[in-house]
Every structure is written in structure tokens, then in C-alpha cells.
Design a protein around this ligand. Structure first.
Ligand code: NDP
Length: 287
């Protein structure tokens, strides 16, 4: 009674997904371009198809987890997708996901796009909190929600097939901003007698304490009033920027990660946003 699954792509992520479906008792058919990667899964009970087309023919639910959008084209080129439930977990841009949804529809398949918010060690470990953003066919999602929820959690973000990719990239973009900030912080102490391992917990706690500010930002964006609930206004924050730049200089650290953000803050201040929160920077980014 467990839904049979076809999985194309047994890289680091695909193999991790495969193991959880097998462990949960789902009949699993796999295919990988390099066959040796399927061997361990075959030993664990997976059926190994001779071709991608044969794997697609084996089950209605077809999950794809390949390197990129071009590899999806290559792998599915010869497959009959009519009446398949195609779930594409390959990282793509929103535009690629929308085009892929249309491509699948033309071939008679239902389509769900996914953006994986987890790394392989988080797969099959519910307490790790990993999940997949899904967008596209709601019907497909509801039919397979339990099966799709086996490896990691399920977060549906809408019928627009591009929204999963967009949410994925939005969260990861914010993550890179955070990593950039942490890189600058570590650089500042690099030449001092300060243990990076002593700074790390302080840094982590501070980032966690500051993260909920995004809720205030969201409220300001919704109301259009960027002064709403402001804690430290832009004029005050811009006045503080020379301290950051001078400290970087004194520590022999390049300000190149700080500069772009400070420039945007100054521009917004010059345009009259002194009483606002930092939210006006968003308007400067949107062209
Ligand atoms: P890997 O590099 O480990 O595996 C890539 C897979 O794609 C392999 O199965 C590879 O086959 C296959 N592949 C690549 N090019 C082709 C091609 N032209 N034709 C056929 N098969 C091809 O990547 P991951 O498994 O880590 O990632 C898979 C997807 O999951 C990516 O889109 C990635 O962005 C996403 N993802 C990965 C995360 C991670 O931490 N690993 C986190 C979140 C998302 P072969 O074995 O023959 O080379």
C-alpha cells in the first residue's frame, strides 16, 4: 500500500532520498547515468532500471534529482511522460521551473517543482528540520504528500511552478549575506589574540537574536510605512558606518563586503529616509 516511487539521479542528494523511501517500505525504481552508484541501493532492495525511460515507465510518481536543468532535458528526452506525476527536485531558476512545468504539461504529465532546503545528512532526520519547497500542481502534491514527506518536510508555496525555486534562492541569498557578515567578523579578529572558537558562539547567538527583525521588515513592506516600529533609524545607523570602516582599516581588513550595503544605506538617507528603518534599501534594489 506504500506508493511506488521512481527516482532518477543518485548523486549525494538522490541517494539520500532513495534510502529513506526504501527504509519506509516504498517500492523504489532507480536509474543513474553512472550505474555503479545504484549498486548499494540495489542491495538495499531498489529495482534498477536499464534506462531512464524504463524507470519512468515503471511508476506513476517520478522524482528527478539531477545536477541542473540541462541534465533533466538529457535524461527525460526519450521518456514517455504521459499521465506521470513528475516531481523535479533539481535546483533551477524560477524561469527554468516555469518552462519545465509547461514542457511537462505538453507531454501530458502533472508537474511539481521542488527546492530542497536541506543537505544530505539532514535527509531522513526529521529533527534536523529539513524540508522541500514545492510549487506547481496542488493535485499532485495532495495525492503524494505522505510519500514526498518521507525524506524531509513538505512546504507548498503555490501553483506558480517558479515559486519553489524563488523561495529557495531567496533563503539561500539571505544565507550568503549572513555568511558574508560572519566572514568579515572573523577577519576583524584574525590577527588578534582572540580564539575564533570563543567568538563563534557570541556570533551565532547575535545572529539568532537579530534574525526576527525580518518580521518587522515584512510589516513595514506591507504597510508601506518604513518608520513603523523602527528601533534604530537609518540616520543613526549611517552615522555609525565610519566606525565600522575605520575599524576594518585599523585591523587590516578589506571593507569590500561592507561597502555595498553601506552605500545603499547612504543613498536612501540622501533621498530622505533618515527616520526609516533599513527597509528602504529594498526599494533601491528592485529595478
Ligand atoms: P551530485 O553532483 O552529487 O549528483 C549529480 C547527479 O546528476 C548525479 O546523479 C549525476 O549522474 C547526474 N547528472 C549530472 N549531469 C547529468 C547528465 N548530463 N545526464 C545524466 N545525469 C546527470 O549532486 P547532488 O545529488 O548533491 O544534487 C542534486 C540536485 O540537488 C542539484 O540540483 C542540487 O542543487 C540539489 N541540492 C543538493 C544539495 C546538497 O547539499 N547536495 C542541497 C540542496 C539541493 P552521475 O552519477 O552519472 O554523474
Amino acid at each position: 500500500e506504500k506508493t511506488p516511487v521512481t527516482l532518477l539521479g543518485l548523486g549525494a542528494m538522490g541517494a539520500a532520498l532513495a534510502r529513506t523511501w526504501l527504509a519506509a517500505g516504498h517500492p523504489l525504481t532507480v536509474w543513474n547515468r553512472t550505474p555503479v552508484r545504484a549498486e548499494a541501493l540495489a542491495a538495499a532492495g531498489a529495482r534498477v532500471a536499464d534506462s531512464a525511460a524504463a524507470a519512468v515507465a515503471a511508476n506513476t510518481l517520478v522524482v528527478v534529482c539531477l545536477l541542473d536543468d540541462a541534465s533533466v532535458d538529457e535524461v527525460l528526452a526519450g521518456a514517455d511522460l504521459a499521465d506521470r506525476d513528475l516531481v523535479n527536485l533539481t535546483t533551477s531558476t524560477p524561469a527554468q521551473a516555469r518552462a519545465r512545468a509547461e514542457w511537462a504539461r505538453e507531454r501530458g504529465a502533472r508537474y511539481l517543482d521542488g527546492g530542497i532546503m536541506a543537505v544530505p545528512p539532514m535527509v531522513g532526520v526529521p529533527e534536523a528540520g529539513g524540508y522541500v519547497f514545492y510549487s506547481g500542481s496542488r493535485e499532485l502534491l495532495e495525492r503524494h504528500r505522505r510519500t514526498l514527506g518521507v525524506p524531509v518536510g513538505v512546504t507548498y508555496v503555490g501553483e506558480d511552478a517558479g515559486f519553489a525555486a524563488l523561495h529557495d534562492v531567496a533563503l539561500l541569498s539571505a544565507m550568503y549575506g549572513m555568511f558574508a557578515g560572519a566572514a568579515h567578523a572573523f577577519a576583524l579578529i584574525r590577527k588578534e589574540d582572540i580564539d575564533p572558537a570563543a567568538l563563534a558562539p557570541l556570533l551565532a547567538d547575535w545572529l539568532v537574536a537579530m534574525a526576527p527583525a525580518v518580521h518587522r521588515t515584512a510589516g513595514q513592506l506591507r504597510s508601506g510605512d518604513y518608520t513603523q516600529g523602527v528601533v534604530s533609524n537609518l540616520a543613526m545607523q549611517v552615522a555609525g558606518t565610519p566606525t565600522f570602516l575605520r575599524t576594518a582599516e585599523q585591523q587590516g581588513v578589506s571593507p569590500e563586503l561592507l561597502h555595498p550595503y553601506f552605500q545603499l544605506m547612504r543613498r536612501r538617507l540622501a533621498e530622505g529616509g533618515g527616520e526609516e528603518d533599513l527597509t528602504g534599501v529594498i526599494d533601491l534594489l528592485v529595478r
